[in-house]
Design a binder for this molecule. Structure first.
Ligand SMILES: Nc1nc2c(c(=O)[nH]1)N[C@H]1C(S)=C(S)[C@@H](COP(=O)(O)OP(=O)(O)OC[C@H]3O[C@@H](n4cnc5c(=O)[nH]c(N)nc54)[C@H](O)[C@@H]3O)O[C@H]1N2
Ligand SMILES: Nc1nc2c(c(=O)[nH]1)N[C@H]1C(S)=C(S)[C@@H](COP(=O)(O)OP(=O)(O)OC[C@H]3O[C@@H](n4cnc5c(=O)[nH]c(N)nc54)[C@H](O)[C@@H]3O)O[C@H]1N2
Ligand code: SF4
Ligand SMILES: [Mo]
Length: 885
């Protein structure tokens, strides 16, 4: 009998419920959980492809020390003794943990307990520093606590939804689809997108404000000044429940509209339209994500937004409030356990002696950290200058994702002792580990996560542990025991940890802290096994219910009132004569961060298969760059080589590069090598979206494209980008020095046996060279070389890996790089669920399908997860526009 297990998606902060079905033969499939309140059955492309990422290729299966396999005892003893030694010799602040919003709450709770409660240092920081910390700091300044006031339903109830610095369509796709559906039902609902780029999210926007990089503080400060002049202020709310309104309005009014126009790059007409719309719409939700947080003024951006909601009393009401969209599946859970270096457990403050005393008594520990620890950027700086003697990195890949990633790598290289716990053994960070610990991954591990709307859901394991992989919480517990804290670190399972965490949240709380899940303080195994998703708080004795905060005006500052924060206008432009362009970095639809999981899926890798840099047409022209050229992008910290994509979605003067590619998938595309470690003063969050760079065409001697049935060796050339494909891999290449002999080069890179003779073709006129290697009727590898970017239909070439090539004529057609008659090239993949290419979509449009639904009915594209619907609509618009011209 097939078995079904309810669990939660391990990717974004939407936190969709997933049902994993395990067939009798062990095969696994997933579908959306129709009962989960985050998604009601929907999944996006990444969630739908989860099963394609569960194979054990490159999985880390055993503990390793110095590259050699060891048993767990040996590895754990070594970790405990190295940490203890460093602490004994150099003090508790000489060690550090760098963890992740992708840990489960139970893992995270133990990491924090071990470092802050027993080692006695607060040197535990997390990749949430790069992600949510400006929101945390903004919330704490305004509310006195790190509270997200609203729930998802508010977005669908609102009459105005503002999305600022959020590419919801690609980064929170299921919320985007639910929003699009709500808007279709209530066309009077307005959506405003504030983003320097015209992203796919703009597909549902009534207004797109293409703001200048970091113009947000000015935009929302201007809005406050505008609101102060009108009749929509909620004077009773301001007077009874807040402080600092007058100062904030005075500061805002001093600025003047001309300055706002200059700082935002928006016209007076655009500003007025937006301000009027906000003013006259009672029910407004402002969602924000990394375009707000990842900035040197991120915290001020958050407060500038919250100010406008406080001034109008539009907070914590159905359909109204500021809404920070969390990125990672457990960004919120991490905040609940106090995983950031400047927080304490259960939303308590490390600066507060009373809170420290309370946590210390609860943990029954002789010591507790007395001051905030090092924040991510400072932490790696301390590693670099030798202050950190032992570092444990878990569930994050800082060699790729930290700013100045080159310096981070150098720091890791010279750190005396680095432990990495990961599911993969081959990441750019793992290669610098002295000790590698194999962790259980999604589908194998058990615990809880909290999504953007404070909803706690279970992740449930349903697959056997591969090799000797162990849960992350277990690793911390074992090291804790070995460091002499057996009493505090003996747990039989995650249930006991969750119960302790719940109990701490309620400990001496009495309504003084927002985070309280005391209802679960006594939870036992059966209840934990059955735990249904619930929205916190759920205090002792309460039943599950939906909670919004602050409509009642009760805040968590000592006097119970909220604070308006006066913001001044920052200097935001970083460009100079040498570095005249602004580099903006972020995400694409089908990849997750450093690609260690999504990079395994051929479907997900087919949407955008190469690291790229997106240009405005004028900037491209000035840099003499055309689409499909290779481009060197340079900042004072380094240079990368990427494929050019020229589109009018990009604003003039600004480039966009995805954050995902790394040394496992490309020669030189780790974009964080270019990002300087500039941080927000309050939160310590790096400014990953406003980097001064210059760009120029990369002149290659030869370009090539290859498909190969097995994983190739890393090529030794100026540019390469590897992507998983159906039946093998595809590889883009460019050379600044040519190999002596293409055949030997191919044999080495593709691992082709000397007995197999290539089928070859060379065109002396164009310089094109083609080589293909067959084993009987199976294609092993094909290489297409040209003097210019290779014009071979990629998806067609990939499809040849799965074809039988009995017919010699077909083999020649393949070498010629031409689809045979009756086998049209589907073109670049748009719909990854059904593998539908752009050429198939355009021919459906030509045949009269002029709506997304009609295209779906004809070629199935966009009919499953819906993530590509915005893109299909853009293609339709483009085709119809071209036809009309
Ligand atoms: N497909 C996919 N989805 C993901 C992830 C992923 O890796 N892949 N990661 C998850 C995680 S951890 C996170 S944090 C979220 C992030 O989700 P988002 O924040 O939505 O994603 P980003 O692409 O980082 O950035 C959002 C937008 O901010 C814009 N922006 C840049 N500068 C500014 C500015 O100064 N002002 C404004 N208003 N906008 C600006 C960018 O152009 C970009 O379109 O996504 C989550 N979801
Ligand atoms: N330039 C630029 N840089 C950025 C950003 C940006 O927008 N621009 N965004 C920033 C943001 S918001 C974020 S959240 C970070 C994300 O950056 P990272 O956290 O570095 O990226 P991931 O690829 O998610 O890394 C997760 C690691 O954990 C491993 N892993 C997966 N599951 C498990 C598990 O169960 N246990 C353990 N132990 N390991 C596991 C994966 O294999 C992978 O190596 O990047 C930040 N960096
Ligand atoms: S929107 Fe997609 S990635 Fe995010 S939780 Fe849902 S299925 Fe997973
Ligand atoms: Mo994130």
């Amino acid at each position: 009998m097939a078995q079904e297990v309810k669990t939660t998606c391990p990717y974004c902060g939407v936190g969709c419920g997933v049902i994993a079905k395990i067939d009798d033969d062990g095969g696994v499939s997933v579908k959306g959980d129709p009962d989960h309140p985050a998604n009601y059955g929907r999944l996006c492309s990444k969630g739908s492809a989860l099963c394609e990422t569960l194979d054990l290729d490159d999985r880390l299966l055993y503990p390793h020390v110095g590259g050699d396999r060891v048993n767990w005892d040996e590895a754990l003893d070594l970790v405990a003794s190295k940490f203890s030694e460093a602490i004994a010799t150099h003090g508790p602040d000489s060690v550090a943990f760098y963890v992740s919003g992708q840990l489960l709450t139970e893992d995270y709770y133990l990491a924090n307990k071990l470092m802050k409660g027993f080692i006695g240092s607060a040197n535990i920081d997390t990749n949430s520093r790069l992600c949510m910390s400006s929101s945390v700091a903004g919330h704490r300044r305004a509310f006195g606590s790190d509270t997200v006031p609203g729930v998802y339903e508010d977005l669908f109830l609102a009459d105005l939804v503002i999305l600022t610095g959020s590419n919801l369509a690609w980064c929170h796709p299921v919320i985007y689809q639910r929003l699009a559906a709500a808007k279709a039902e209530r066309p009077e609902m307005k959506v405003v997108v504030i983003d320097p780029r015209r992203t796919m999210t703009c597909d549902i926007a009534d207004m797109h404000l293409a703001i200048k990089p970091d113009g947000d503080v000015a935009l929302f400060t201007g809005l406050l000044a505008h609101l102060a002049k009108g009749a929509t202020l909620d004077k009773t709310y301001i007077e009874s429940h807040t402080h600092g309104f007058e100062e904030a309005v005075r500061a805002a009014s001093d600025i003047g509209l001309a300055t706002i126009v200059e700082a935002t790059g928006l016209s007076l007409a655009e500003l007025t339209r937006f301000y009027d719309l906000f003013e006259r719409t009672e029910s407004v939700v402002t969602c924000y994500s990394q375009g707000v947080n990842q900035s040197s003024t991120g915290t001020d951006k958050v407060n500038a937004i919250i100010n406008c909601h406080l001034a109008t009393g539009r907070i914590g009401k159905p359909g109204a409030g500021p809404f920070s969209l969390t990125g990672q599946p457990n960004a919120m859970g991490g905040r609940e356990v106090g995983g950031l270096a400047n927080m304490l457990a259960a939303h308590m403050a490390i600066e507060s002696a009373e809170d420290r005393d309370r946590v210390q008594r609860f943990w029954k520990t002789p010591t507790i950290a007395t001051k905030p620890g090092l924040k991510a950027v400072d932490l790696f700086q301390a590693v670099a200058d030798g202050r950190i003697k032992a570092l444990w990195i878990m569930a994050t890949n800082p060699a790729v994702s930290m700013p100045d990633a080159g310096a981070v790598e150098a720091a890791l290289k010279q750190c005396p002792f680095v432990v990495v716990s990961d599911i993969m053994g081959t990441t750019d960070t793992a290669r610098h580990a002295h000790v590698l610990l194999p962790s259980l991954g999604w589908g194998e591990k058990d615990g809880t996560v909290t999504n953007s709307e404070r909803r706690i859901s279970r992740q449930r394991g349903y697959l056997p542990a591969p090799g000797e992989a162990k849960a992350d919480w277990w690793q911390f517990a074992e090291v804790g025991k070995r460091m002499g804290y057996a009493d505090a670190f003996t747990y039989a399972n995650p249930t006991e940890i969750f119960a302790e965490h719940a109990s701490l949240s309620a400990f001496e709380n009495n309504g003084s802290r927002d985070f309280d899940i005391g209802a679960f303080a006594e939870i036992g195994q059966p209840a934990y096994d059955d735990l249904a998703p619930f929205n916190w708080p759920q205090r002792s004795g309460e039943r599950p219910h939906t909670t919004r905060f602050f409509a009642d005006g009760k805040f968590f500052h000592a006097d119970g009132k909220a604070r308006f924060v006066s913001t001044s206008l920052p200097q935001t432009s970083r460009t100079s004569a040498d570095y005249p362009l602004t580099l903006n970095t972020g995400r694409i639809r089908d990849q997750w961060h450093t690609m260690t999981r999504t990079g395994k899926s051929a479907r997900l890798s087919s949407h955008l298969a190469e690291p790229f840099v997106e240009f405005h047409p004028r900037d491209a022209m000035e840099a003499r760059v055309e689409s499909a050229d290779l481009v060197e992008v340079e900042s004072p910290l380094g240079t990368v080589i990427l494929r050019a994509l020229v589109t009018d979605r990009q604003a003039r003067g600004s480039l966009f590069v995805p954050m995902h590619w790394n040394d496992q998938f490309a020669a030189n595309a780790r974009i964080d090598r270019l990002v300087p470690p500039i941080t927000d003063h309050f939160s310590g969050q790096p400014a990953s979206k406003n980097v001064a760079v210059t760009a120029r065409r990369f002149e290659a001697k030869a370009y090539a494209f290859a498909v190969t049935a097995t994983a190739p060796q890393k090529p030794d050339c100026a540019y390469w980008a590897l992507a998983k494909a159906e039946g093998g891999y595809r590889l883009e290449l460019a050379f600044d020095t040519l190999p002596d002999d293409w055949i030997s080069w191919s044999r080495k890179i593709f691992g082709i046996d000397a007995r197999i003779e290539p089928l070859g073709y060379a065109d002396n006129r164009t310089g094109d060279i083609r080589l293909a290697f067959f084993d009987e009727d199976k294609l092993l590898a094909a290489l297409f070389i040209a003097a210019a970017p290779v014009a071979v239909a990629r998806n067609w070439a990939v499809a040849q890996l799965k074809e039988r090539h009995e017919d010699l004529r077909n083999r020649f057609a393949l070498v010629a790089g031409r689809p045979g008659a009756g086998r049209p090239d589907p073109g670049a993949t748009v719909c990854s669920c059904f593998n539908v290419g752009i050429n198939q979509i355009t021919s459906a449009i030509r045949e009269g399908c002029h709506t997304v639904e009609a295209v779906g009915a004809c070629v199935s594209a966009g009919t499953n997860c819906g993530s590509c619907r915005a893109e299909i609509r853009t293609i339709i618009d483009g085709c119809l526009k071209t036809a009309a011209e």
